[in-house]
Ligand binder design. Structure first.
Ligand code: SF4
Length: 404
C-alpha cells in the first residue's frame, strides 16, 4: 500500500462514521488477545504480541507497522502503550506563546512563516514589546510561556539572555520554555561560545525547558532537499543531549507527510529513541504534519487524517521511552486532537491564547488558536479520557494552588 494514495474518503472506516475512528467503539480496550489471534499477517501478529507483552519493538517492526498494519489495530496497540504509560489521563496546560520575530536567516522549503527583513509580512518585537505581551496575562493563571520564532540573522545569545531575564523579572513563577535547537545553534554561534556554555547561560538566565522544533526529518538526504541551510541532525541532537545533561528537559518533533518515506520516519524516531535511552530528557514527542499553504512545497498537498492517525500510533508504539505524545491542537484542529487520543496521544498542549501564527500561516483551520480550560476539559471528556491540567513537567495542577 502506498500511503500517499490512501485518501480519507477511500478508507473503509470513513465510509461508515468518524466515530469508528475511536478504536474503543470498535474494540474493547481489553480485546487485544482476541485481536492478535485474528491478525492474518504473521509478522504483524508477532509485533502485536510483542507490544501486548510490554516489550520494545525494533525499527524493522515499526516499518512493518507503517507499511502493513490496519488502522484499527494500530489504534488498539497505541492505546495499549498509552494506557500503560499514562492511564486514562490526557494532559493540557495554561500557556501562551511569544514569537519574537518571523525574520529568519534560513529559507526552509516547507516553511510558511519566515520572511526576510523589509517584507510587509515580517515582524520583529522589541524586548519591551515582548514584556508587554507577558503583562497582558498578568491576571491570568498561566503557567508557561513558549518562546520560539525565526532564527534572527542579527541577534546573538546575549540579546536573548536579556529577554529571558526580563521575562523572569516580570513574572518569576512562569516556566519559560524557549528557543528551538536551530535558534540556539545560531545565537550561540554568533556569540562565539561553545554550545555547552551557551546552554548553561540560557539556563542561568531562566530557561526551564527547550521546545522540540527544528528537528524536521533527520535523514540527511531529505534534509538537504527541504532545509539544507539550518542545523544538521547531529547538531540538533547534540543540543538536546547537552540540555538533558544540564538538567533541562526538552521535547522532540518530526515533520512528516512531505517527501520522506516510512524508512525516513523510522530512522528519525530511532535516533530520538537512542538519545532518550541515554539521557531520559525528552518529555514529549510531537508529530507535525506538513501543512501545504503558502510555501514552496505546496504542490505536494497534505496527507490524509488516516495517515495522521497511523503516524501518531506508530510513534506511540515505537517511542516506548518518551512519556508523552502531543497532539498539538492549533495544528491538527480540535476534532483531530480529540480522535488522536485513541491513537497514542495523551497531551493536547495548552490554552495558547491566540499567540501563535506558525500553523495558521501554513493553512491550519485554527486562525486564532485559543481555548478555555473548560473547552479543553470538555474535548478530552467527550473523547472518553480524564483531563489533567499539568505544569511544564507534567505534574498535575490543582487550580486553587496555582501560584501566579
Ligand atoms: S522553519 Fe524555522 S528555520 Fe526554517 S525558515 Fe522557517 S522559521 Fe526559519
Amino acid at each position: 500500500m502506498i500511503w500517499k494514495d490512501v485518501s480519507v474518503t477511500e478508507h473503509p472506516f470513513f465510509s461508515l462514521s468518524i466515530e469508528l475512528l475511536l478504536p474503543g467503539n470498535v474494540f474493547n480496550k481489553n480485546s487485544m488477545s482476541f485481536l492478535a489471534a485474528t491478525i492474518e499477517n504473521r509478522d504483524i501478529r508477532k509485533i502485536s504480541e510483542t507490544v501486548e507483552g510490554g516489550n520494545r519493538i525494533s525499527a524493522e517492526d515499526a516499518l512493518l507497522l507503517y507499511q502493513m498494519a490496519e488502522l484499527p489495530l494500530l489504534g488498539v496497540l497505541a492505546t495499549k502503550v498509552r494506557s500503560r504509560i499514562n492511564g486514562n489521563n490526557a494532559y493540557y496546560n495554561r500557556n501562551f506563546h511569544i514569537e519574537p520575530t518571523n525574520i529568519c536567516a534560513y529559507n526552509c522549503a516547507f516553511c510558511s512563516y519566515h520572511k526576510k527583513a523589509g517584507d510587509p509580512q515580517a515582524w520583529e518585537h522589541s524586548i519591551d514589546g515582548m514584556i508587554d505581551i507577558v503583562r497582558r496575562f498578568k491576571e491570568e493563571p498561566v503557567t508557561e510561556v513558549h518562546i520560539v520564532g525565526g532564527a534572527h540573522p542579527q541577534h546573538d545569545l546575549y540579546y536573548y539572555i536579556d529577554l529571558i531575564k526580563r521575562v523572569r523579572e516580570e513574572r518569576p513563577q512562569l516556566h519559560i520554555k524557549a528557543f528551538s535547537a536551530v535558534e540556539i545553534d545560531l545565537m550561540v554561534k554568533k556569540s562565539g561560545l561553545s554550545l555547552a556554555k551557551g546552554i548553561t547561560l540560557l539556563k542561568e538566565a531562566g530557561v526551564g525547558s527547550i521546545p522540540g522544533g527544528g528537528a524536521e526529518i533527520f535523514d540527511e538526504k531529505i534534509r538537504s532537499k527541504i532545509c539544507a541551510e539550518k542545523s544538521s541532525p547531529a547538531t540538533w541532537l547534540e543540543i538536546h543531549r547537552i540540555a538533558h545533561e544540564q538538567g533541562i528537559p526538552s521535547n522532540a518533533t518530526m515533520l512528516y507527510g512531505h517527501i520522506e518515506n516510512y524508512s525516513h520516519r523510522v530512522d528519525h524516531l530511532n535516533r530520538l529513541r537512542e538519545l532518550q535511552d541515554i539521557t531520559g530528557g525528552f518529555n514529549a514527542f510531537i508529530p507535525l504534519k506538513y501543512k501545504s499553504a503558502n510555501n514552496s512545497m505546496s504542490a505536494l498537498g497534505e496527507v490524509s487524517i488516516v495517515e495522521e492517525l497511523r503516524n501518531y500510533a506508530v510513534s506511540r508504539i515505537f517511542l516506548d521511552n518518551i512519556p508523552h505524545i502531543k497532539a498539538y491542537w492549533p495544528m491538527t484542529g480540535r476534532e483531530m486532537a480529540q480522535i488522536s487520543l485513541w491513537y497514542g496521544a495523551d497531551d493536547l498542549d495548552g490554552t495558547i491564547e491566540d499567540t501563535t501564527k506558525i500553523y495558521s500561516m501554513a493553512g491550519a483551520e485554527e486562525k486564532n488558536p485559543s481555548m478555555t480550560v473548560d473547552e479543553i476539559d470538555k474535548l478530552i471528556r467527550q473523547a472518553g479520557f480524564n483531563p489533567i491540567e499539568r505544569d511544564s513537567f507534567y505534574r498535575p495542577i490543582k487550580r486553587n494552588n496555582i501560584n501566579n
